[in-house]
Design a protein around this ligand. Structure first.
Ligand code: BGC
Length: 265
């Protein structure tokens, strides 16, 4: 079942929207009446296919190529978006990567660029995008920035130190930004998904032993679906959530609640 959220007339930029959660969020927002800016980096064909599905369903959409970890490209992306739709009401900072599995003591000099890339995409990316859209939102005296973090903003994740550090950092960026712009009518929130079945964790759900280990960590006993995150995202950016800002909303089947303690202790 899906909730009915009204985003009619809202202009929403979604980063990393050519697959996974970003794709679902873009489709959900479009179905709720928003005009969409669908950002992608390396999969133009997928982005165009999603855009044409959105158009066929009757909504307005443009695709914009940009690397969110590059401040110049982010500036151009936001300019393109604003030129097309005349302003911006919603930014969803969704683009992210988890990087290579490496324990910290195994990260040698040649691996540093990989670690840095994770931080640049997952933390600098949202910072650059927010900084650009705030210029417009501050003039309008309204807007919503939704940062997609992860349960790993709170749960440490061995082998993914860069990812966990970036997500924890993004959570604090949310709170700090919410404090800075709250009096201007701008809300800033984090949405923290748990294990949602997308390409990012295919190596886990494709492997029966890894999947069973993962499911033991989720009290709800199953992975989430991208649409279940998109529904929560649509609510959070809508006027129905007008008093929610500065906090993280978890959509994780209770993964953060130490489910290893479901039995024993
Ligand atoms: C990661 C997924 C992982 C989930 C739970 C997410 O942030 O992107 O790969 O399955 O956290 O660990």
């Amino acid at each position: 079942m899906s909730i009915n959220i009204d985003l009619k007339g809202k202009r929403a930029l979604i980063t990393g929207a050519s697959s996974g959660l970003g794709e679902s969020i873009a489709k959900k927002f479009a179905a709720a009446g928003a005009k969409i800016g669908l950002n992608y980096l390396s999969h133009p064909d997928a982005a165009e296919k999603i855009a044409s599905e959105i158009k066929t369903a009757g909504a307005d959409v443009i695709t914009i190529k940009a690397d969110v970890s590059d401040s110049g490209e982010v500036k151009d992306m936001v300019n393109t978006f604003v030129k097309a739709w005349g302003g911006i009401d919603i930014l969803v900072n969704n683009a992210g990567i988890d990087g290579k599995h490496l324990l910290i003591h195994d990260i040698h000099e040649p691996d540093i660029p990989e670690w840095e890339k994770v931080i640049k995409i997952n933390l600098f990316g949202p910072f650059y995008c927010a900084r650009e859209v705030l210029k417009y939102m501050m003039n309008q005296k309204k807007g919503v920035i939704l940062n997609i973090t992860s349960v790993h903003e709170r749960i440490p994740w061995s082998g993914y130190s860069g990812y966990a550090a970036a997500k924890a950092g993004l959570s604090m960026l949310t709170k700090t930004m919410a404090q800075e712009v709250g009096s201007l009518g701008i809300r800033v929130l984090s949405l923290a998904p748990g294990a949602i079945q997308t390409a990012i964790n295919r190596n886990v759900w494709d492997n029966p032993a890894a999947l069973s280990d993962l499911l033991n960590k989720i009290p709800l006993g199953r992975m989430g679906k991208p649409e279940e995150i998109a529904d929560v995202a649509a609510f959070l950016v809508s006027d129905s959530a007008s008093y929610v800002t500065g906090s993280t909303v978890f959509a994780d089947g209770a993964m953060i609640d130490y489910s290893n303690f479901t039995h024993g202790g």
